[in-house]
Design a protein around this ligand. Structure first.
Ligand SMILES: [Zn+2]
Length: 500
C-alpha cells in the first residue's frame, strides 16, 4: 500500500477594489502602512508565500481581478507565482467571484469562460480544475463547468448529497447530465477548520501532522487505496489573517518535491493526485443544490436574511435592484448591438482579454467589428460563426440605420465596459457582511453606477434613476442610511458627482 496523501488548497482572492470610473484603487488609510488593502495583503501573504516557494507545493487558485492587478503592479511577483505552477498546482476561478447558483445561466457561462480564458492567458495551458466562488454550487453550474472542459472542483463536506458521514478521504464523481460528470473532492472539515480558525493548531507543522493528520488518514480505503486528506482554506490566512503561517505552510508541505520523505505521508497538490486517478473508478456522489462553504443555510447569505448576519434585511432589496438593472442593461445591449452584426454575448465572452489586461479595449472592439464585417466564407472564426445567426437582422439594420465606423466602435466599447461592470457588481463580497454601509457593498454600488451611467450615456435611457429608486428599499441599520444615500456616498468617495 502507498502512503496516505495530504493536499493543501489555497483560495487566493481579493475583491476588485478598483474604482470602475478611473481604473485605480483609491488609497485607504485603514490599510497602513500599505497604500490600500490589496497592497497590504500582497505584502503580508502573496509575496512571502512566493518567496518560500509555497505555490509550488500546494494547489491554488488566484482570483483573476487580483492576478490582473498583480501583473500590472507587481509584475515580478506575478511572474514568480505563475512560474511556481508546474502544471498541476493552479486551477481557474470564475472571474468576478459571484455566487453562480444565483446568476442567470448566461452569466454563469460567461463567468466560467472568463475564468478559463484568464487562466489560459496567464498560465499558457487549459485548467483542469475550477474554484467555484464560496464553493457555491448547483447542478446547472457543474454542468456548465463540464461542458467548458473543467474536470474537477472542491466542495465542503456538507455539500455532498448524503445523510450521515461522508468519507472525504477519496475523490468522487458527480454526474451532471448529458453524459457529463465532474470530479468533486470534499475537503477534510476538521483539518480545514483547524487551519482556518485555530491559530494554536498551526504554530508547529510537525506537531500538526502528528496530532491531527496521521490518525485521520491511517486506515486504508476499501480496496486498499491510499486515503487522501484535503485542507482547503482562504489563501490569505497564510501570513495575512494569521501572521507567519506561510512558515507553517512551507514546513507542512516541505516534503513535496524535496527529495526528502516523511515515511508516513505523501504531500502533493490536489491536481497532481487527480492527474493519476482513474475517473471511471471513482464512486458516484450527488450534491446538495444551492449550497456553499461559508453559509450553512445554502446560499441564503447572499440573497436574504439568514442567521449569519445580525440584520440581513437589506440583502434582498439590494439583489433585486441590481437584478433589475442587469435586465435593463441586457435589453439595451441586445437592441444596440444587433444592428452592428455582432453577437453581443459572444463579444462579452471574449471581452475577458480586455478585463484581464491582455488586450486593449479599442483593439478588441476593432477585431470584433472586423470579424462581423467579414464575408460569411470567414465563418471559421468564433465571432464570425456567431454573427451568422444575426445576419438577417444585420442586413435589415444596415439598410435603416447607417452608423460610422467610429460610432460603432465607441458604442460597442461602451456597452462591453458596461457589461463588465454589471458582471462585477455581483461579486459575492457585497452581500457577505452584516451591513450595506461596508466598503464591499459600496464598491458594488460603484460598479452598478458605472454600468447604469455608461448605458444612459449611450442609449439616452434612465437606468440610474430607476436604480436609485429601487435602492431606497435597502436600509443600513448600522448607519440609518438608505440605499440611495449609500449610493451617493459610494460615488462621492471616488469624486463622482452624485445623482440629482
Ligand atoms: Zn447563512
Amino acid at each position: 500500500m502507498t502512503r496516505p496523501r495530504l493536499a493543501v488548497h489555497g483560495h487566493f482572492y481579493q475583491p476588485d477594489r478598483r474604482d470602475p470610473f478611473s481604473g485605480e484603487i483609491p488609497p485607504d488609510e485603514t490599510a497602513a502602512p500599505a497604500r490600500d488593502w490589496t497592497e497590504r495583503v500582497t505584502d503580508d501573504c502573496y509575496a512571502p508565500n512566493a518567496l518560500r516557494g509555497n505555490f509550488r507545493r500546494i494547489g491554488w487558485n488566484l482570483g483573476p481581478a487580483l492576478a490582473t492587478w498583480l501583473r500590472e503592479r507587481r509584475p515580478d511577483l506575478h511572474a514568480a507565482i505563475v512560474a511556481q505552477d508546474d502544471g498541476t498546482n493552479a486551477i481557474a476561478q470564475a472571474w468576478h467571484h459571484s455566487i453562480l447558483p444565483l446568476a442567470s445561466l448566461r452569466d454563469r457561462r460567461t463567468e466560467i469562460r472568463w475564468g478559463i480564458r484568464d487562466f489560459e492567458l496567464r498560465f499558457g495551458r487549459r485548467p483542469a480544475g475550477l474554484w467555484l466562488p464560496e464553493t457555491a454550487v448547483d447542478l446547472p453550474t457543474l454542468r456548465i463547468c463540464a461542458e467548458e472542459g473543467i474536470r474537477y472542483t472542491i466542495l465542503a463536506p456538507w455539500q455532498a448529497g448524503i445523510d450521515g458521514d461522508l468519507d472525504t478521504r477519496r475523490p468522487y464523481r458527480v454526474e451532471v447530465g448529458g453524459g457529463h460528470s465532474v470530479v468533486v473532492v470534499f475537503y477534510d472539515r476538521d483539518l480545514s477548520t483547524a487551519v482556518s480558525f485555530d491559530p494554536a493548531a498551526t504554530q508547529n507543522a510537525d506537531e500538526f501532522v502528528r496530532a491531527r493528520v496521521l490518525h485521520r488518514l491511517a486506515d486504508p480505503l476499501p480496496g486498499g487505496q491510499a486515503p487522501l486528506g484535503l485542507i482547503a482554506t482562504d489563501g490569505e490566512l497564510y501570513g495575512h489573517h494569521q501572521q507567519f503561517r506561510e512558515l507553517f505552510l512551507a514546513r507542512l508541505t516541505s516534503w513535496y518535491g524535496s527529495g526528502a520523505c516523511d515515511p508516513h505521508l505523501e504531500v502533493s497538490p490536489l491536481g497532481h493526485v487527480l492527474s493519476q486517478a482513474e475517473l471511471p473508478a471513482l464512486p458516484v456522489m450527488t450534491i446538495r443544490e444551492r449550497t456553499s462553504w461559508s453559509c450553512h443555510h445554502g446560499v441564503l447569505r447572499w440573497i436574504v436574511q439568514c442567521p449569519d448576519a445580525v440584520d440581513g434585511r437589506w440583502k434582498q432589496p439590494l439583489r433585486m435592484a441590481l437584478d433589475r438593472l442587469s435586465g435593463a442593461v441586457d435589453m439595451l445591449t441586445d437592441a444596440l448591438v444587433a444592428p452592428l452584426g455582432v453577437d453581443p454575448w459572444e463579444a462579452r465572452d471574449g471581452y475577458v482579454d480586455v478585463a484581464s489586461g491582455y488586450a486593449r479595449p479599442d483593439a478588441y472592439v476593432a477585431r470584433v467589428l472586423a470579424e462581423a464585417e467579414a464575408p460569411s466564407s470567414n465563418d471559421d472564426a468564433p465571432v464570425g460563426r456567431a454573427a451568422r445567426g444575426v445576419e438577417p437582422a444585420r442586413r435589415a439594420a444596415r439598410r435603416g440605420r447607417p452608423r460610422s465606423a467610429r460610432g460603432s466602435a465607441n458604442l460597442l466599447a461602451g456597452i462591453l465596459a458596461a457589461q463588465s461592470s454589471r458582471l462585477a457588481m455581483f461579486a459575492s463580497d457585497a452581500w457577505f457582511w452584516d451591513d450595506p454601509s461596508r466598503p464591499e457593498t459600496l464598491q458594488a454600488l460603484r460598479f452598478a453606477a458605472h454600468a447604469a451611467r455608461t448605458m444612459d450615456a449611450l442609449a439616452g435611457s434612465r437606468l440610474e434613476e430607476a436604480l436609485v429608486a429601487d435602492l431606497a428599499g435597502v436600509r443600513s441599520s448600522a448607519t440609518g442610511r438608505d440605499g440611495a444615500a449609500l449610493y451617493r456616498l459610494a460615488l462621492t468617495q471616488v469624486g463622482q458627482r452624485p445623482p440629482a
